[in-house]
Design a protein around this ligand. Structure first.
Ligand SMILES: Nc1nc2c(ncn2[C@@H]2O[C@H](COP(=O)(O)OP(=O)(O)OP(=O)(O)O)[C@@H](O)[C@H]2O)c(=O)[nH]1
Ligand SMILES: [Mg+2]
Length: 488
């Protein structure tokens, strides 16, 4: 994003669609000047044109006796007034409500204004044109929020939370985004950061007086403080992890009786021969895994040994033990039954398995090409959710779609995309900060030199600072703010 703070930017910040009201936003040093160019001064004659909307009642300074030039030039705090804007179009004037912030006490930390007007798309576009002709430049994506960040009004986590609030479709998501906006991540990070800075200051002061052998902080005090900081970083990480960030991939296991076609299905889904396929029952013994991206997340698909009852010491029996352990920890099950040869025995084993209770299940009827219709599926068994055949890609597509629905249900209520992004970013930085601090703790345990400890603390400090944007680079800012829409 090219950033030129000398520009005064303009954009519509409400959706550009037919609506009762629209909001056009301006921000930058020339805001008052531009408003003066397009707004009709107080007291001028008011010509009805048929496209004015009623002015916002009440709050505004009414026309009589108030000079708008004077207001724009001299007001010291935020103000609201009604005005008429010259549309430069057959001498038409439009009634607008103007919120004006004359100084740094605005969202962006610079003079800014909002024009509230009728939400007619051609009129809004006309107003944008008038404002650009009067000297404003079209804003880039997220430029208002970026200016706010650069003015110190928001930290990075809060800027992303604004997006989260906008994107929320469920109250849980909104709750999290509002918490983030309110500082539930920034505040603890800020506190940890200032504690680390203080420790560093003590250590570095000690380095300055190394000749005199003055110690500003003892190793045992350093260790206690580090322990406390590490513990709080872990708690913060745990808070994010409990909302599904930083966890291992979601694991989805293909299970079913031997020969149901599980390995063939895994191969068909990933598009390579990952697992051995054969007509002999009991082919798969070790769990075979393959990663794939589904529903915007990384998923591990597991192919498992066919479920059977064998109680000897053979490899097939050992495979059954392995299977039970793997299934206990997986997140969802794709239960396969061969449509041409379903197994009642397997269904009974599935019912009896306490480990699998409560896991999301998708029932798949395999080898659809071998049967005339899925009605042939034994009436004693539950209806499959979908049927597949490795020779019919469209059926595989439907299955993948079904899996995505289950995944979205499992993950989406936690975050909006924006807050998820913050959570991942924070989790990563917290993890690396924690690693540096753990190394610092080891160095203390071995009574290593203060300069080594200080350098680990500095690394951790950088990580914590990057979470809230105290240190940042153009790439990170560009990446974050370009996800905003124009006008935000
Ligand atoms: N006609 C047809 N045959 C299939 C299909 N899927 C699998 N098969 C055949 O079914 C047999 C068993 O397939 P596998 O994929 O090895 O079955 P599995 O469930 O992994 O078997 P185990 O590893 O022994 O538990 C093989 O001969 C496959 O070619 C299908 O969609 N249609
Ligand atoms: Mg197999």
């Amino acid at each position: 994003m090219k950033l030129d703070l000398s520009r005064t930017i303009v954009a519509v910040s409400s959706p550009l669609a037919p609506a009762a009201r629209a909001i056009v936003r301006l921000s930058g040093n020339a805001t008052a000047e531009i408003l003066k160019r397009v707004l009709r001064p107080a007291g001028s004659s008011f010509q009805r044109t048929g496209i004015e909307t009623s002015v916002i009642e009440g709050a505004g300074v009414e026309a009589a006796g108030v000079d708008r030039d004077d207001l724009l030039a001299n007001c010291k705090s935020s103000t609201y007034f009604n005005a008429q804007l010259d549309l430069n179009w057959d001498q038409r004037w439009l009634n607008v409500g103007v919120y004006f912030w004359p100084n740094h006490r605005s969202f962006t930390g610079e003079p800014s204004a909002e024009l509230h007007l009728i939400g007619s798309v051609p009129i809004v576009n006309r107003v944008l044109r008038c404002l650009t002709e009067a000297g404003a430049s079209p804003a880039e994506r997220g430029e208002f929020a970026l200016r706010s960040f650069l003015a110190g009004k928001l930290d990075l986590v809060q800027a992303e939370a604004i997006l989260g609030v906008i994107e929320s479709t469920e109250s849980d998501q909104l709750q999290w985004a509002l918490g983030q906006l309110g500082g539930n991540i920034s505040e603890p990070v800020r506190k940890l950061r200032s504690e680390l800075m203080e420790m560093l200051a003590h250590l570095e002061a000690g380095l300055d007086f190394v000749e005199e052998d003055i110690q500003f902080i003892t190793y045992s005090e350093l260790k206690d403080r580090l322990d406390s900081i590490i513990e709080r970083i872990e708690q913060l990480g745990e808070q994010l992890r409990s909302r599904g960030v930083g966890n291992r991939d979601l694991e989805i296991a293909l299970i079913g009786p031997p020969n149901a076609g599980k390995s063939s299905l895994l191969n068909a889904i990933v598009g390579t021969d990952r697992a051995i396929v054969s007509p002999i029952a009991g082919t798969t013994r070790d769990t075979v895994s393959a990663r794939l991206a589904l529903a915007g997340t990384s998923v591990t698909l597991l192919d498992t040994a066919g479920v059977e009852e064998i109680f000897d010491q053979s490899p097939r029996a050992i495979a059954q033990q392995l299977l039970r352990t793997r299934l206990a920890s997986c997140d969802a099950l794709l239960v396969c039954q061969d449509l041409s040869n379903p197994s009642n025995e397997f269904e009974q084993q599935l019912k009896d398995s306490a480990d699998l209770a409560g896991k999301p299940v998708i029932r798949i009827g395999t080898k659809a090409d071998l049967v005339m219709s899925s009605n042939q599926f034994s009436s004693q068994l539950p209806e499959p959710d979908c049927v597949v055949s490795i020779s019919q890609p469209e059926l595989l597509e439907q299955l993948l779609h079904r899996i995505e629905q289950v995944l979205v249900r499992q993950t989406s209520s936690r975050f909006t995309q924006a807050t998820h992004h913050t959570a991942i970013r924070c989790f990563h930085s917290l993890t690396t900060a924690r690693e540096s601090l753990a190394r610092a703790r080891e160095l203390i345990a071995f009574q290593e030199g203060e300069e080594l400890i200080a350098s680990e603390l500095q690394c951790a400090l950088l990580d914590l600072s990057s979470i809230i944007g105290e240190v940042h680079n153009d790439d990170i800012l560009g990446e974050i703010f370009s996800r905003f829409c124009i006008g935000k």
